[in-house]
Design a protein around this ligand. Structure first.
Ligand code: PHE
Length: 507
């Protein structure tokens, strides 16, 4: 029989009558314990050895335990200081003894709690009395600490320490008790027979090299096998952030549904952000409370005719029976620049034809981009977040088309229970909000807002068919797919690194 060298070494070191531990075999063969373990399992698979496992309790000193091993337990120090202060004859003042014993901070309480418990003496109205017959070195806890300090192996069964004493030391935090699994190897009858018949060492090779192939030597060597089920240290490699991966997946899904991507400025004029959307200039969302205004020059390259048509819709309404807001409208304000509070500004740029060509129906566009709102930070709100903007331009669209699109979109993420609620937007009619059920809390959270653009929006843009549109929250979608309960768990200082390492975009 031929066996790889390491297996042969373990086979020869093993015994048919004694169980030999992996550590013993490692010491004898000079191989690493992990190598011996691997070889032992290979030999077991060939029926040459048996591998048994036992679990033992292992006690190790904590840092505090080790400190007391060197400096003595606080109660022992108190006892000795009391003797020095003459307590063997008369009660002595506790303050004085504590000073002499050099006990710092919590050690005082520890000493005073254990001193009477161990029968070293008593403490009464600030006076300390000792029992002179006590030998503090005869204390089972001290002896146990010493025994554990000497014993690097720590196997509880091997050290002569009472269970109660060990429990007490564990509850004092001086000893930590853990479990250790030990594997032992014994030769089987087949193993013994194989050894008697003679086993030769075969050179093992972990990797095929060009030289092995060219020389033909590969024919004679033994290839080591990989154990793909073996435990291995986890390596936390680089990984795309789960939110970015969700965004990528959203883009893939929408492209798959026939959408094209829009792009445009984060800082934009109020004209594109709000006026085109028939948002009255005195709407609360347009005040400094909600909006991040920028101290930069007004935007001047906006098509004049478009400005006129939008202004007219605001002042007088759109169409024969339209009506306007009858409130002030200022072109200067429309040209002010702010961080966009939604990416519907991009939809306006594209629908007006300003971002590219005039568009003929049918068309589908989307973006997955940052928006900025002067909100209050809380578990479901960030001051900047990603919006999944989208719209479909076609003849005769209805709310059913909109609902169907969302059903199809969210299904790609395993979300099949979205619900709709009627809503109001100045720019869409009808409008509705979308809700999704959080997988952990069961709560329904708002995940989007949508509707069919009003004529007051599409008319001035020069679009004469229907446009259904929406803005969905990417972070909220990620909360549903990852189970994160707080939006701040997804990114920022509160996000847990293990969560980020493992979170999946489920689809
Ligand atoms: N702009 C809306 C928001 O931010 C979303 C939306 C876009 C709603 C388009 C309807 C139509 O909430």
């Amino acid at each position: 029989m031929r066996l790889p060298e390491r297996q042969l070494a373990v086979l020869e070191a093993a015994s048919a009558t004694d169980e030999r531990t992996i550590d013993d075999l490692a010491a004898e063969t000079g191989l690493k314990p992990e190598t011996v373990t691997g070889a032992a399992f290979d030999l077991r698979d060939e029926g040459l050895v048996e591998v048994s496992e036992t679990t033992v309790d292992v006690a190790t000193l904590s840092d505090e335990g080790r400190e007391y091993l060197d400096a003595s337990l606080p109660e022992t120090r108190l006892f000795r200081a009391a003797i020095d202060a003459g307590a063997a004859d008369d009660p002595v003042s506790m303050g004085e003894v504590i000073g002499r014993a050099d006990l710092a901070g919590p050690e005082v309480d520890i000493a005073l709690a254990n001193f009477p418990r161990k029968g070293f003496g008593s403490v009464d109205s600030g006076e300390l009395t000792i029992d002179p017959s006590v030998d503090p070195d005869d204390d089972p806890e001290v002896m146990a600490l010493a025994a554990l300090g000497d014993d690097a192996n720590g196997d509880v069964a091997d050290i002569d320490v009472d269970d109660d004493v060990l429990d007490r030391l564990a509850s004092r935090g001086l000893v930590e008790i853990t479990e250790r699994t030990t594997r032992s190897v014994t030769l089987t009858d087949e193993g013994v027979t194989a050894l008697m018949e003679g086993v030769e060492a075969a050179e093992t090779v972990g990797q095929v090299t060009p030289e092995l192939i060219a020389s033909g030597e590969w024919r004679d060597v033994e290839f080591s096998e990989y154990d793909v089920t073996a435990d291995a240290p986890a390596v936390g490699g680089g990984r795309k952030h789960v939110l970015r991966r969700t965004a990528d997946r959203v883009k893939d899904v929408l492209v798959g549904m026939g959408f094209q991507e829009m792009e445009g400025p984060h800082a934009d004029s109020d004209f594109w952000i709000n006026d085109c959307l028939f948002m009255p200039q005195d709407h609360p969302a347009r005040t400094h409370w909600d909006r991040f205004a920028l101290d930069v020059p007004r935007m001047d390259d906006i098509p004049e005719q478009l400005i006129e048509r939008v202004e007219s819709a605001h002042r007088d309404g759109y169409g024969a029976d339209g009506d306007g807001y009858h409130s002030p409208w200022s072109e200067a304000f429309a040209r002010e620049v702010a961080l966009r509070g939604h990416t519907t500004s991009l939809s306006m740029r594209y629908l007006s034809g300003y971002a590219g060509a005039e568009l003929e129906p049918p068309q589908r566009y989307f973006s997955v981009e940052k928006v900025y709102r002067n909100d209050t930070l809380d578990p479901t709100h960030l001051l900047e977040f990603f919006q999944i903007e989208g719209w479909v331009m076609a003849e005769d669209l209805s709310v059913r088309d909109l609902m169907g699109t969302f059903e199809e979109f969210y299904r790609q993420f395993g979300i099949t229970d979205i619900r709709f609620k009627p809503h109001y937007n100045p720019y869409t009619e009808p409008s509705f909000e979308l809700f999704g059920k959080h997988p952990e809390t069961g709560e329904e959270i708002e995940i989007g807002n949508s509707g069919i653009f009003r004529e007051e929006v599409t008319g001035p843009l020069g679009v004469d068919c229907d446009v259904m549109a929406w803005g969905l929250a990417l972070e909220r979608l990620a909360m549903l797919t990852t189970g994160a309960e707080d939006i701040r768990d997804l990114h920022g200082t509160l996000a847990d690194i293990e969560f980020l390492r493992n979170a999946e975009v489920s689809y």
